[in-house]
Design a protein around this ligand. Sequence first.
Ligand SMILES: [Zn+2]
Length: 296
Amino acid sequence: MCGARALAAPRDFALQQIAPGVYAHQGAIAETDAINQGDIANLGIVIGARGVAVIDAGGSVAVGRRFLAAIRAVTDKPILYVINTHEHPDHVFGDAAFLNTGAVFVGHENLPRALAARGPFYLKRFRPILGDAAINEVRLVAPTLLVADTMSLDLGDRKLTLKAWPPAHTDCDLTVYDPQTRTLFAGDLVFKGHLPVIDGSIKGWLKILDGLAAIPALRVVPGHGPVGEPWPAALDDERRYFDTLTRDIKAFLKRGEDMRRAADEAAATERPKWRLFDAYNPRNAVDAYAEYEWDP
Ligand SMILES: [Zn+2]
């Protein structure tokens, strides 16, 4: 490949400034496929006097490389940290693109375990979608700087606040907050437009919504959907979906309806309000059914 590739950001990879020194890339609201190469999650950077913090790396090494090229078009400061907001492939498969930058990889204290437990499955599952070449260059990078509760990362003239959350979207959700610009990188604890995906606990997720809303951010970069939306209003749709799903599931359980009915019909009023509803709602409904069945 051409050696000049890293000198300019590819035109098809947009990295927009949403606040001074804070940039975000909006991934497609789609499932990973051969065309988008896993460019479906939102990514971001915060630039301080000492260097750069990267928040998530994209859903393939190709996407990670395009992201790195876009970062290099904005700043030549060293990349100090690569922070993964959770374990899912669309956020971590691009990590290998940053292995030679010298960055310290950062994650929730549960992230190494999650990657070890589910990584092989993720690689297998996405091999037919992304292809052998793309999967063969993926490295599941276990973070070495682990966040158990909260942690401050010093970028020089600004400090980021990282927070590890109890099980919600997954069991290794981490948020990144820049107090200087009051920008929150929420990872997949916030979905906007793209139906939320429950891979942790709907009850846990509902429980932390107030704590999330209390973060004094002005704007949020959700894991999926438009970036820079006003905070905490950006949480409203997700809260309404979870409330609706919970209410419907509890009603099904009370009437003794089976899980299949829940998968087909729960939260049906939400269908027109979200992209990828049919891809994820049945699974969310089944997970929620199982969770409320044993502990209403
Ligand atoms: Zn996710």
